[in-house]
Design a protein around this ligand. Structure first.
Ligand SMILES: Cc1cc2nc3c(=O)[nH]c(=O)nc-3n(C[C@H](O)[C@H](O)[C@H](O)COP(=O)(O)OP(=O)(O)OC[C@H]3O[C@@H](n4cnc5c(N)ncnc54)[C@H](O)[C@@H]3O)c2cc1C
Length: 349
């Protein structure tokens, strides 16, 4: 939204959950849209030059006993690029690729080429594991919003730094950057946009412990107590303690509210309840993909528990039977999407 002089004074936004549209007035407008930074900037100025070079990164997951490493290990692709194998819970994940992507940032996918490139690196570093594409139990793909280099450069040699761009309308766009540096980046950006409010209190906010890191972290005593009260294997409780930190006690409180004969399912339903109540989760696919390790770090991808999880979420969110079924179908589609590359012919086949 612009005033009569063309200065940006806010935005018209749509709530994706309800479809409602409304106006937000603002003194300053920052576009922090990741891979969509150019698309948002071009809403303000259709002729604005593009800032980003999108590169696709694919990670793959195998059961930990197929690649039983204790620490992260550097691997090399057949082209010499650096990749990693990282142990995570009951799995090891390997990757990533780094290839240019032109087009819609929402059109992410894993191709057979991606899979073979990553598995090939793991096979060469760990020949005795003899990993094959059949070992893959999950994977994910995303686009890095990298700053477009002035000169042609290899995708992996492109800077991971970020920059702010000020448009004549007053719109500020952040492009590039890294997740690990997000707090420093956010603090610099807020200082840039609001120099008058720069203060030590803001800096303290950017170094405060993250949720779950405040208060008493679960120790052996608490874990044993929870295993006795709620049930569940020691390994599962360790993984939950790593994920939730001090908030594990709240998840356990939810576990006491659910009725399920299988102790693991009891914890999984408790996670779904916690995601809805404390983390604003609104969709089943969000719970299985992001709020828990189910989709990406279990061999069954959470599939057998989708109806029970949807039932638990639906009871809290007031879903009809039709909504519940639609949530299950959407989650199944997302899980199937991870394996679409299996339909492609193998290279050279
Ligand atoms: C494979 C891969 C590996 C990576 N590895 C690392 C790593 O090891 N270390 C590291 O630090 N970083 C890594 N990154 C980079 C990191 O993930 C990104 O830099 C970071 O997520 C960018 O955060 P962001 O908030 O800027 O963008 P995003 O997290 O993409 O958020 C942008 C948001 O804007 C929203 N949006 C877009 N358009 C609109 C619109 N019109 N209206 C409303 N909302 C909109 C989107 O829905 C999205 O939620 C990696 C990225 C990839 C893909």
């Amino acid at each position: 939204r612009k005033d009569s002089r063309g200065r940006i004074v806010g935005a018209t936004v749509r709530d994706e959950l309800t479809g409602d549209t409304f106006d937000v007035r603002a003194d300053r407008v920052l576009a922090a849209a990741g891979p969509w930074a150019d698309a948002v900037r071009q809403l303000d100025d259709p002729g604005a030059p593009t800032l980003l070079r999108l590169t696709k990164g694919v990670h793959l997951v195998v059961p930990h006993d197929r690649l039983p490493i204790r620490h992260a290990v550097v691997m090399r692709g057949r082209d010499g690029r650096m990749m990693f194998a990282v142990p995570s819970g009951n799995c090891t994940y390997i990757g990533t690729t780094d290839t240019d992507h032109h087009g819609d940032p929402a059109a992410y996918s894993i191709t057979r080429w991606d899979v073979e490139y990553v598995v090939d690196a793991a096979r060469r570093l760990f020949p005795e594991a003899a990993l094959t594409t059949d070992d893959i139990i999950a994977g994910w793909s995303g686009f890095r919003p990298l700053l477009k280099p002035a000169k042609e450069a290899d995708p992996s040699a492109t800077t991971r730094d970020y920059k702010l761009f000020h448009s004549p309308s007053g719109l500020v766009t952040v492009a590039g950057g890294k997740l690990t540096a997000f707090r420093a980046m956010a603090s610099h950006i807020v200082d840039d946009l609001f120099p008058a409010t720069r203060s030590a209190a803001h800096l303290a906010a950017s170094t405060a412990p993250l949720p779950g890191a405040q208060g008493k972290l679960p120790d052996g005593g608490l874990k044993r107590q929870l295993a006795a009260e709620v049930g569940g294997a020691e390994r599962l409780i360790d993984l939950l303690a790593d994920r939730y930190g001090a908030a594990l006690a709240q998840v356990a409180a939810e576990a006491r509210e659910v009725a399920a004969p299988d102790p693991e399912l009891r914890w999984r339903l408790a996670q779904a309840r916690y995601a809805v109540k404390a983390e604003m989760a609104m969709h089943l696919v969000d719970v299985v993909r992001r709020r828990t390790d189910l989709m990406l770090f279990t061999a069954h991808n959470g599939r057998p528990w989708l109806p029970a999880l949807a039932g638990e979420m639906g009871a809290l969110l007031g879903w009809s039977e039709a909504q519940k079924q639609a949530e299950i179908a959407a989650a199944e589609q997302e899980i199937d999407g991870m394996f679409a590359w299996r339909q492609e012919a193998a290279a050279g086949a």
